[in-house]
Write a protein that binds this ligand. Structure first.
Ligand code: PLP
Length: 386
């Protein structure tokens, strides 16, 4: 039987989501209304953080974090080459320098030993922060990164775009959820349709640091405050002060309402993703298809299901001819022309480059049916065994 095209990821919008958005469209506020704070409070509770700031997308979230941590022309920030370019770009927006460190080949996340080597081989004070990425949904061990960061006086922004609901287990046996603010200064999420929670476009910053939270609220809306306590003068009810150079990075109320509605089903979606991953794991055990290593304790949030194969291009093309639209995550950021222009070059990070040559993300989303998944598995194995 012919299959409909199968993408690598897609949103799940149900009637409840539609009803909530329609209601939000007829509410008093389309933007800057109560749906924003509601979504922020619900999201903060979901990840276990004290504060959350909703923004227009994940890239805006990263930019505001970099601003709040005073990234400037003197800053040098470490991140992974295996991520979406935005994880690095936020440093460039603020005039800083990006330094990449190689990945752990098993998980494809930033390798703490490479970061340690980098720190040890440069004068103290060279670096200002680290941006680890919970790549594909694998929650990075931030307890270990925090320890290292503290030794060198660095801040941490956790790029948790792939991992709402993901966790790692810390040295005390406690589950530490992505974005809970326990070890990172700030964490960011994206609500692009392929992510766990879809707002069309949307993003969130979470933190336990009140001072950073207050800065973010002001930067999100032009650097303007109406808080009488913060203002230098007050001319009357209309008065506001622009105290910083900020942006308009606001989310609308109807997007926030959609986010709140989606959040209600986040755990359901996560359970489905983990079930799909288990089915893939079983099917590929003992074959020429190698899945990335994941948390043995079940903490992977599976934004993506990545496997490594010898002939990645061949498999990608073969799947496309069968209407399966797998994807590649990611082209190493240091090899993108913009970053090459800044002096980075192919050959700099062998693990990241070897990973890139072999990686492919197979379809992974809550509404993928058993039949569709069986078809995908069948086609993958047909190709690698062929
Ligand atoms: C790891 C990572 N960081 C940042 C972003 C940027 O998020 P957005 O697309 O919402 O701007 C993405 C989304 O593609 C991402 O995957």
């Amino acid at each position: 039987m012919a299959m409909n095209p199968i993408p690598y990821g897609k949103q799940y919008i149900n009637q409840e989501d539609i009803d909530v958005v329609v209601k939000a469209l007829t509410a008093e506020f389309l933007t800057q209304g109560p749906a924003i704070k509601q979504f922020e409070d619900e999201f903060a509770a979901y990840v276990g953080a004290k504060y959350a700031v909703a923004v227009s997308n994940g890239t805006a979230a990263l930019h505001l974090c970099a601003m709040a941590l005073d990234v400037n022309e003197q800053s040098n920030v470490i991140t992974t080459p295996i991520t979406f370019a935005a994880s690095a770009n936020c440093v460039k927006y603020c005039g800083g320098k990006v330094t990449f460190a190689d990945i752990d080949p098993e998980t494809a996340t930033l390798d703490i030993n490479s970061v340690r080597k980098l720190l040890e081989s440069h004068p103290r004070g060279t670096f200002s922060g680290i941006i680890p990425v919970d790549f594909a949904g694998y929650a990075v061990n931030l307890e270990a990164f925090r320890k290292l960061a503290d030794e060198y006086g660095l801040w941490i922004i956790e790029d948790a775009c792939h991992a709402p609901g993901g966790f790692f287990v810390d040295s005390k046996g406690v589950k530490q959820y992505c974005g809970n603010g326990m070890y990172a200064d700030l964490a960011i999420f994206s609500f692009h349709p392929v992510k766990h929670i879809a707002c069309g476009e949307g993003g969130m910053i979470t933190t336990n640091d009140e001072a950073l939270y207050k800065k973010l609220l002001i930067y999100r809306t032009h650097g303007i405050t109406k808080d009488a306590v913060l203002m230098h003068e007050n001319h009357g009810g209309w008065y506001y002060e622009m105290q910083e150079l900020g942006y308009n990075y606001r989310l609308t109320d109807f997007q926030a309402a959609l986010g709140s509605s989606q959040l209600k089903r986040a755990d359901e979606g996560l359970a489905k993703r983990r079930q799909i991953a288990q089915t893939y794991d079983k099917a590929f055990a003992g074959t020429k298809v190698t899945p990335l290593e994941v948390h043995k304790d079940g903490g992977n949030a599976y934004h993506l299901y990545v496997v490594k194969v010898a002939d990645r291009k061949g498999l990608y093309d073969y799947l496309r001819t069968n209407q399966i639209f797998a994807q590649v995550h990611y082209i190493p950021v240091h090899t993108l022309p913009y970053y090459k222009g800044l002096g980075h070059k192919k050959g700099d990070f062998p693990n990241a480059e070897a990973y890139y040559d072999q990686c492919i993300s197979l379809p992974m989303y809550p509404t993928l049916t058993n039949e569709e998944q069986a078809f995908v598995i069948n086609k993958v194995l047909e190709f690698v065994n062929g």
